[in-house]
Design a protein around this ligand. Structure first.
Ligand code: PEP
Length: 248
């Protein structure tokens, strides 16, 4: 059985110093839990300026980390962008792609996301590809159509044999405190699992994201095809992140 994944999206929070404090505390607390990594994977997504700080403290541990976004080219005249190759040189093993804030605020389109996933794969960095519907799309009964389209178009040219993580995050549940119901999560995850298998993806894990907290993590984790969480607000404190990571 796959290990459960607990992924922390810090968004635009934490200085390098604060990032270091978090990782030091997390490592100390994890150390006290026997066999913590035997059934879990932990991923941290700091902002770009804090990546090196996280890298220096995670070296030699099982804590994985990576950027919240990369550019679709590895290098060149792209002022202000962040390179997957540079992240890799800092030992990043994972990267977020297509978070709803990237799609909505920065207008990232499926074809660009597709290139980003391909660049990451070429560097052996595991993409965590985010999808999810807005409230208007859900109310119009388009949740699955939106998710399938984001998967189809955003993962068109990628290698389906390689490991991939897909995070289903209903946009209306991100940062709002409105967690999707068990039934909603169960329905979408079951359909996504079926769909990805039918499309030939060989090695995919499915995360849920959207207002996950220590109080709701245990219930959500029992839902079939929920292989872990992408966590925003509740990942900013080591205590709540660890409570989610150990919830049953
Ligand atoms: C996220 O940023 O991906 C997220 C799920 O945020 P939150 O947990 O705060 O809803």
């Amino acid at each position: 059985m796959n290990k459960k994944i607990y992924a922390a999206n810090w968004k635009l929070n934490k200085t390098p110093e604060e990032a270091r404090e978090f990782v030091i505390k997390l490592k100390n607390d994890i150390f006290k839990i026997p066999d913590f990594f035997s059934n879990r994977e932990v991923m941290i997504f700091p902002s770009a300026f804090a990546l090196e700080a996280v890298s220096s403290l995670c070296a030699g541990t099982d804590i994985q980390f990576g950027p919240q976004n990369v550019y679709a080219e590895k290098s060149g005249a792209f002022t202000g962008e962040n390179s997957a190759e540079v992240a890799k040189s800092l030992q990043a093993g994972v990267a977020l792609v297509g978070h709803s804030e990237r799609r909505e605020i920065f207008k990232e389109q499926d074809d660009t996301l597709n290139k980003k996933v391909a660049v990451l794969q070429s560097l052996q960095v595991l993409p965590v590809f985010c999808i999810g519907e807005t409230l208007a799309q859900r109310e119009a009964g388009k949740t699955l159509d939106v998710c399938y389209s984001q998967l189809n178009n955003g993962l068109k040219e990628i290698n389906k044999e390689l490991r991939l993580v897909v995070a289903y995050e209903p946009v209306w549940a991100i940062g709002t405190g409105k967690v999707a119901t068990k039934e909603q999560v169960a329905e979408v995850h079951a359909k996504l699992f079926e769909y990805l298998s039918s499309q030939g993806f060989k090695n995919v894990q499915l995360l849920y994201g959207g207002s996950v907290k220590p109080e709701n993590a245990g219930e959500l984790l029992k839902i079939p095809h929920v292989d872990g969480f992408l966590i925003g607000g509740a990942s900013l404190q080591p205590d709540s992140f660890l409570k989610i990571s150990t919830a049953q």
